[in-house]
Design a protein around this ligand. Structure first.
Ligand code: SF4
Ligand code: SF4
Length: 463
């Protein structure tokens, strides 16, 4: 196992990288290796999809598969080796399907198909141990002794950028937003990686191109979210629970949240958001659900405490699960790309098992003292008061804007987000997004001439 794709990576005299039997996130060596092999297989699909795309062939099912498969390999998304075994097998089937489509398109166009190698022809082994051995083909450090650290690092930079693209593109797709142009660049980038590039300039060029691609994908995601749920508006969100049976929904996926709200309507079950689902409250379409009661808890790294204390069932959508404790293992569910061995996984938005599980839990026995935070200061809401903001800047009432956001780490003593927020001058405005906001969003920062000094702009993708 070798993985250095995230902030939690271990450090040793050999440099950064989780290389023990278990990474800091809880990912074991087998799962880490299977993830490498899945990425390798996704490159194989991409080699054919890129060439078939140039001949006008688009396969929507393959597109959906590739995005979700790559998404599963991001940090804290999926730890279930069985799921990876299945995904690797499916990847080989989709790769063969794209090969056939490419060859048919070549025949139609009177071209001779290229004969491809590497991931394009790799067939997965059938035993887990053999699969793990085969994963060496896709290891991050493959070829290190001949190509050197810089090339390995640049390939990883492009790949990790592509993992981000896959995650956001998957969210956008579920919201009905896709683009053939995005898929074309996506497959071209993965095909480039499959060619085992060694040119520094070409790798740097692709790193920048992947950055551009991510902007386009965030635009699609924004169109998907605002098109389906409306533009966020400033909304007060209750942060303390009320009496009743309860479900807590974490991760990023508003489509899952919406489906759950619909399936629990009129059942007397209260729904709370957690982590990066807090911004969902700003979207007008969610205001019609009276049983969406508020937000409970904070960011991902406090799950073990917060989920253990929550007296209901928990749904993990899209990402950021950490090892469930025994105390709540029987009442936590995953859906979408998320997975943990032994935890019930929900397919096709069928939340009946989760809804049944919540009935066995006590729920909150009484109302807590009300407390709130305000969310929904996305671009439309801010632009709506642009004249006031510009006036305040011109008159010297606002001197600076600070963006304090992003994901957050779990190390004790990691409090620089809080420190920066506390030291922002009284004529400074803070824009925040991502889980970092939980370090300070319960402080009262006051306002400047009616403009709140803390503006929660939404999820990380709303930047
Ligand atoms: S994803 Fe897990 S195994 Fe990989 S670097 Fe991060 S903590 Fe380590
Ligand atoms: S913002 Fe929070 S929930 Fe979203 S990916 Fe980052 S740590 Fe996970």
């Amino acid at each position: 196992m070798y993985c250095y794709q995230c902030e939690q990576t271990q450090n040793s005299a050999e440099g950064p990288g989780c290389r023990a039997e278990v990474g800091t996130c809880g990912k074991d060596a087998l799962t880490a290796d299977l993830q490498d092999l899945l990425i390798y297989m996704a490159k194989g699909i991409s080699m054919y999809a890129h060439r078939a795309g140039q001949l006008g062939v688009v396969d929507s099912e393959v597109n959906g598969f590739v995005l979700e498969a790559i998404f599963t390999t991001l940090t804290n998304v999926n730890f279930d080796e069985k799921r990876f075994e299945g995904l690797i097998e499916s990847a080989a089937c989709y790769r063969d399907r794209m090969r056939a489509a490419y060859q048919a398109a070549c025949a139609k166009a009177g071209q001779v198909p290229e004969v491809l190698s590497g991931p394009a022809v790799c067939n997965p082994e059938h035993e887990l141990a053999a699969l793990q051995k085969q994963a060496e083909l896709g290891a991050i450090t493959a070829g290190l002794s001949t190509i050197g650290e810089d090339i390995v690092g640049l390939r990883a930079l492009v790949l990790y950028g592509m993992k981000g693209v896959a995650a956001y593109a998957n969210h956008a797709r579920l919201l009905g937003q896709e683009s053939d142009e995005v898929y074309a660049t996506f497959y071209e980038a993965m095909d480039f990686l499959a060619s085992e590039p060694t040119e520094v300039d070409a790798l740097l060029g692709w790193a920048l191109k992947v950055g551009e691609l991510n902007y386009r994908v965030m635009q699609l995601l924004d169109a998907g979210s605002t098109g389906r749920y409306g533009h966020p508006i400033p909304t007060e969100v209750r942060t303390t629970p009320v009496k009743g049976k309860s479900i807590l929904v974490s991760g990023h996926d508003m489509v899952d949240l919406e489906a759950l709200l619909q399936q629990t309507e009129g059942m007397g079950i209260n729904i709370y958001t957690h982590g990066e689902l807090l911004p969902a409250h700003g979207y007008p379409a969610f205001h019609k659900y009276p049983h969406l009661k508020g937000n409970y808890g904070t960011a991902w790294q406090r799950q073990k405490t917060e989920f253990a204390e929550f007296p209901g069932a928990v749904l993990m959508t899209s990402n950021c699960i950490i090892e469930p404790m025994e105390s709540y293992r029987g009442r936590i569910f995953t859906c979408g790309p998320v997975g943990w061995p032994g935890v019930s996984h929900i397919e096709e938005h069928d939340f009946s098992g989760l809804i049944a599980a919540v009935q066995a839990e006590p729920g909150f026995l009484e109302d807590s003292e009300p407390a709130t935070v305000t969310v929904g200061f996305a671009r439309n809401a801010v632009l709506g008061v642009a004249d006031k903001v510009i006036d305040a800047v011109k008159q010297g009432q606002i001197s600076r804007f600070f963006v304090i956001g992003g994901c957050d780490g779990a190390r004790p003593g990691r409090n620089y987000y809080t420190q920066v927020a506390e030291e922002v001058p009284m004529d400074g405005v803070i824009l925040t997004l991502g889980c970092a906001k939980y370090r300070f969003n319960d402080h009262d920062f006051g306002d400047i001439g009616g403009i709140p000094r803390l503006l929660d702009v939404g999820q990380c993708n709303d930047t």
